[in-house]
Design a protein around this ligand. Structure first.
Ligand code: CP
Ligand code: NVA
Length: 307
C-alpha cells in the first residue's frame, strides 16, 4: 500500500527508528542504494523559498540513481489554478514520488488522497517532518541515542518546527519541552497525539513558559526563526513577544554541560539566538544541515519499498 509522509506520525516509532538506521548506513556508504535507478523521476515542488531542502532532495534523488524535477509553484498550474489532486493525477503517471513544500497541511492531504505515488511533506505551516529525521539522526550521532534525552525548543511553539519536535521527539522517546508564552503554545490536538505516543515510547511533552526553567539540565537546546514563512507581517509583534526566549550563552549555561545547540536554519542571529551560541563550540548546525541529505535518502528508499 502506498505510504505518505505528511506529518511526523505518518510513520510508527519503529519505522522512524529503522529509517534513522538506514540514514546512518547511507551516510557511511553514500551510493549503496539505488531505488530510483532508471533513472526514475521524483517531483519536488516549492510554494515557499528553500535552500537546504531543495539542494538535499536534488542531490539525494541523484545519489539514489534518480532524476529530480524541481518545480516552482509560481511557474506551474498549482497554487489556485489547479487542485492538488488534479496535479497529482498528472504527475503520478510519470514520477515515482511527489515531494511538496507548501502552506496549508490540507493541500498535502488532498494531494495524497488523489494519488497512487508517495507524497512527502517538505514543510507545511504545521509540520517539517523531513527536518526532524535529520535532527534525530544528528542527536543520535552526538548523544549516542534519543530515548530518555531532554530536548527544549524555545520560541514560537505554534510553528511547524515546534509541532514536529513535539511529535517526532515523543516518537523517539525524548522528553520534549516547549518554552513559549501561553499565546504561542503548540496546538492542543498535536500535543495530545504526542502524549499518546509518549506512553508507548517512554517520552514526554511539557509546555513551560519560563525559559530558564525549560533550559535546566537539557541535553539538546533548539530554536527556530520567530518569523516563519507566511508570518512576515507579524514580524515586529513576534520580536516583542518572543524576545524572552532568545537562546543566549547565559541560557545555554543552565543546560547540561555537554548540551548541544541545534537550529534548522535559516537563522536570524541576534534575534532567536545569539551569534556566540550558534557559531560556538556546542552548535552542531552544519551536521544537522548535512543530515537532511542522508535522512531524506533513507526516507525515500523506505517509502518506495512500501508500494
Ligand atoms: N531547514 C530548511 O528546511 O531550510 P530551507 O528552508 O533552506 O529548505
Ligand atoms: N519555521 C520556519 C522553518 C524554515 C525551514 C519557516 O516555516 O519559515
Amino acid at each position: 500500500m502506498t505510504r505518505h509522509f505528511l506529518r511526523d506520525d505518518s510513520i510508527t516509532p519503529a519505522e522512524q527508528s529503522g529509517i534513522l538506521d538506514l540514514a546512518a548506513e547511507l551516510k557511511a556508504d553514500r551510493f549503496a542504494r539505488k531505488p530510483l535507478e532508471g533513472p526514475q523521476t521524483v517531483a519536488v515542488i516549492f510554494d515557499k523559498s528553500s535552500t537546504r531542502t531543495r539542494v538535499s532532495f536534488a542531490v539525494g534523488i541523484a545519489d539514489l540513481g534518480g532524476s529530480p524535477l524541481i518545480i516552482s509553484t509560481a511557474s506551474s498550474q498549482l497554487g489556485g489554478k489547479e487542485t492538488p489532486a488534479d496535479t497529482a493525477r498528472v504527475l503520478e503517471r510519470q514520477v515515482a514520488a511527489i515531494v511538496w513544500r507548501t502552506y496549508a497541511q490540507s493541500g498535502l492531504e488532498q494531494m495524497a488522497e488523489g494519488t497512487s505515488v508517495p507524497v512527502v511533506n517538505a514543510l507545511s505551516d504545521d509540520f517539517h517532518p523531513c527536518q526532524l529525521l535529520a535532527d534525530l539522526l544528528t542527536i543520535r550521532e552526538h548523544k549516542g541515542s534519543t530515548a530518555g534525552r531532554t530536548l527544549t525548543f524555545f520560541g514560537d511553539g505554534q510553528s511547524n518546527m515546534a509541532h514536529s519536535y513535539v511529535l517526532a521527539g515523543a516518537m523517539a522517546g525524548m522528553h520534549v519541552r516547549v518554552a513559549a508564552p501561553a499565546s504561542y503554545s503548540p496546538r492542543a490536538d498535536i500535543v495530545a497525539d504526542a502524549e499518546r505516543i509518549a506512553v508507548e515510547t517512554g517520552g514526554s511533552v511539557s509546555l513551560i513558559s519560563d525559559a530558564r526553567e525549560a533550559a535546566a539540565g537539557a541535553d539538546v537546546m533548539i530554536t527556530d526563526t520567530w518569523v516563519s514563512m507566511g508570518k512576515e507581517e507579524e514580524k515586529q509583534r513576534r520580536i516583542d513577544e518572543l524576545g524572552g526566549y532568545k537562546v543566549t550563552a547565559e541560557l545555554m549555561s543552565l543546560a547540561a554541560d555537554d548540551a548541544i545547540f541545534m537550529h534548522c536554519l535559516p537563522a536570524d542571529r541576534g534575534y532567536e539566538v545569539d551569534a556566540e551560541v550558534i557559531d560556538g563550540p556546542q552548535s552542531v548546525i552544519w551536521d544537522e544541515a548535512e543530515n537532511r541529505l542522508h535522512a531524506q535518502k533513507a526516507l525515500l528508499t523506505w517509502i518506495l519499498e512500501q508500494d
